[in-house]
Design a protein around this ligand. Structure first.
Ligand SMILES: *[C@@H]1O[C@H](CO)[C@@H](O)[C@H](O)[C@H]1NC(C)=O
Ligand SMILES: *[C@@H]1O[C@H](CO)[C@@H](O)[C@H](O)[C@H]1NC(C)=O
Ligand SMILES: *[C@@H]1O[C@H](CO)[C@@H](O)[C@H](O)[C@H]1NC(C)=O
Ligand SMILES: *[C@@H]1O[C@H](CO)[C@@H](O)[C@H](O)[C@H]1NC(C)=O
Ligand SMILES: *[C@@H]1O[C@H](CO)[C@@H](O)[C@H](O)[C@H]1NC(C)=O
Ligand SMILES: *[C@@H]1O[C@H](CO)[C@@H](O)[C@H](O)[C@H]1NC(C)=O
Ligand SMILES: *[C@@H]1O[C@H](CO)[C@@H](O)[C@H](O)[C@H]1NC(C)=O
Length: 546
């Protein structure tokens, strides 16, 4: 992966010649609207690099039939005029690793995108680079955030020290905030500015292009906003909207998620909930409010998508443009006693994926499991660039066609499973999810030291009953399948080694200042109660062998 992408240089030259020689009909343009992450310097509202990592809505919101919770007119427009994927997943439920998978077409463990600090090498050849080489005009607005190097020190240290035997709250308590009045449409200003730029570009530039184009728009919403009252060293736990958007939410339709009791929680979930400051008491009204504000933020996101679709329609470009809408991951919005993502539960790992445009079947719902690594080969397929054999993803085009073709690619048929994995902060073990049929299998670390989970999504859509013990044969076969895709115990231990190495070199770089710096990271409220104890826990971890 360090060698700059899946296509060798010689191969590329050959393919270019082949493409030029075939005088086929014009290739469609593509617009991809996706959530995006903003680094600390770019996000005006962000006080903290990490949590400015943004996401769009949980995929389930986009397809539940007759869902009256919130009106999403443009997502519904895409459903009517295109295809919706009912089971689309992120390959890693956090911004940087998720986007690394989307832009590289490779699973997280192949690019070693372990956390928000460690994504793709900046020189990696993305699908957009290839499309440009093959004659597409390319344009992007909003931050991409798939490479290494960004995000706050707190976020890095939290990820590196997740194996340390301590439990510290790292987040402000999730809460809501109403801003502006009933006329306030533009709440997330930065996203609107990027949307305006993209609309302007469509109307002034794209309209005059003689070659096809690919436009990318990365949005921040509906990621929660920073909690400024908590001071600089806290994350983004404020769900913020205006009365204009909140009025679009049907409060009475909001479902309050069931929670397991604290003692029944899976130990890794407990760690997540605790570090996210969600193990305290929450009233139903508080939870309902958080969810309502979250849905209102989704409605604002939908309106931005609407601006793009309208601009394409007004310029006559819509009929020759494939529009794709997706997200890097979801938002738990208090499901399973958590907010944010980082989890394999549906709210976090399930993403929206809708596609419309020339050749795409209208009003189609595709049940196949798909994931964000599929974006790379899909883009190449749209641009008629031969798809390399060694990508993790498969083109979505055969699933989108008006007349579903039984085309078997040289790589054989698309597998019936998807893989998601997580190696970052707020989860104290590497996590792997295999989703296939009605099953979701989640396993951790070396596969032995932490209890696995198995959910039957058809019988238990809320994922409250772990049936791993009840179905050992299923667990065995899913685990075997998973191990044929990734040697996960080995990956887990290489992440542990990486975390320790990174931590040691960070510690050394601080010299005498170490105690002071580590005490004042985002966990400082808890840390400062017993600084010696926590430092000792770290020392003990550093002495242990992985
Ligand atoms: C890309 O950058 C990495 C360092 O980040 C380097 O090791 C590698 O050789 C570079 N690859 C190419 C193709 O330039
Ligand atoms: C994929 O294959 C190409 C050429 O066959 C090679 O250059 C590239 O390094 C491979 N990529 C990966 C991730 O294996
Ligand atoms: C949408 O409706 C379904 C039932 O049709 C419900 O289970 C789900 O919770 C609703 N979604 C939201 C986001 O409220
Ligand atoms: C956690 O939430 C409580 C309120 O429930 C708040 O007082 C505290 O400051 C929060 N802790 C952190 C680390 O943000
Ligand atoms: C695009 O074309 C229109 C007329 O079709 C023209 O008015 C406009 O200036 C052109 N824009 C650019 C950026 O060339
Ligand atoms: C994760 O943290 C929880 C809560 O402290 C603990 O019970 C569990 O043993 C930890 N798991 C691992 C794998 O460290
Ligand atoms: C430690 O902190 C002091 C004062 O903030 C600073 O001048 C010095 O460069 C720091 N040392 C290291 C090794 O970071």
């Amino acid at each position: 992966m360090r060698s700059g992408g899946p296509l060798g240089r010689a191969g590329l030259a050959l393919l270019l010649m082949a493409a030029a020689a075939s005088g086929e009909q014009p290739r469609p343009s593509v617009v991809l609207v996706a959530c995006d992450s903003m680094s600390a310097h770019d996000a005006p509202m962000s006080l903290d690099g990490v949590r400015s990592c943004r996401k769009i809505l949980d995929g389930r919101l986009t397809f539940y039939p007759g869902n009256q919770t919130v009106d999403l007119p443009f997502i519904n427009f895409m459903k009517r005029h295109g295809t919706v994927f009912l089971n689309a997943y992120t390959n890693s439920p956090i911004c940087c690793p998720s986007r690394a998978a989307m832009w590289s077409g490779l699973f997280t463990h192949l690019t070693e995108s372990w956390n928000n600090f460690k994504g793709l090498d900046p020189n990696y050849t993305t699908w957009m680079d290839l499309m440009e080489k093959y004659g597409y005009h390319t344009q992007k607005y909003g931050k991409l955030d798939y490479t290494s190097g960004h995000h706050s020190v707190s976020n890095r240290v939290e990820a590196w020290t997740r194996d340390v035997d301590f439990l510290l709250r790292q987040e402000g308590r999730p809460m809501v905030k109403l801003t502006g009045d009933r006329k306030r449409v533009r709440v997330m200003e930065k996203d609107w500015q990027n949307t305006d730029k993209a609309v302007h570009w469509i109307k002034e530039e794209a309209i005059n292009l003689t070659q096809p184009f690919v436009l990318y728009l990365g949005l921040n919403l509906p990621h929660p906003y920073p909690s400024p009252y908590m001071g600089e060293n806290f994350g983004s736990s404020t769900f913020l909207t205006s009365p204009y958007w909140l009025e679009k939410v049907a409060y009475e339709a909001i479902k309050i998620p069931k929670w397991s009791s604290l003692s029944e929680m899976h130990p890794v979930d407990y760690y997540s909930s605790y570090t996210k400051n969600c193990t305290g008491e929450f009233t139903k009204q508080e939870v309902r409010n958080i969810r309502a504000f979250y849905y209102a933020m989704c409605a604002e996101t939908d309106a931005m998508l609407g601006e793009i679709i309208s601009a394409l329609r007004d310029t006559g470009l819509l009929k020759k443009t494939i529009v794709i809408f997706t997200a890097d991951h979801g938002e738990l919005a208090m499901e399973h006693r958590q907010f944010y993502k980082m989890s394999m539960y549906e709210g976090s790992s399930h993403v929206p994926l809708l596609v419309m445009g020339p050749g795409v079947e209208e009003q189609q719902q595709v049940p196949n499991v798909v994931s964000l690594v599929d974006i790379y080969p899909t883009m190449l397929d749209i641009a008629r660039i031969p798809v390399p054999q060694n990508l993790s993803g498969y083109s979505l085009i055969p699933l989108l066609r008006e007349k579903a073709e039984n085309e078997v690619s040289p790589r054989g048929p698309r597998p019936s499973w998807v893989l998601s994995e997580f190696h970052g902060c707020n989860v104290n073990s590497s996590t792997y999810m295999l989703r296939t049929g009605k099953w979701k299998y989640i396993t951790y670390s070396d596969g032995h030291s932490v209890l696995p989970q198995l959910f039957d999504l058809s019988a238990d859509p809320d994922e409250l009953t772990n049936v791993a013990i009840k179905f050992p044969v299923i667990v065995h076969s899913l685990d075997k399948k998973l191990r044929s895709v990734v040697n996960y115990p080995k990956v887990s231990s290489s992440v542990q080694e990486y975390n320790k190495r990174q931590f040691i070199s960070w510690k050394q770089s601080l010299g005498q200042n170490y105690s002071n710096v580590i005490a004042n990271l985002r966990w400082h409220q808890d840390w400062l109660k017993e600084p010696k104890k926590y430092e000792n826990a770290i020392d003990k971890w550093l002495r242990q062998r992985v």
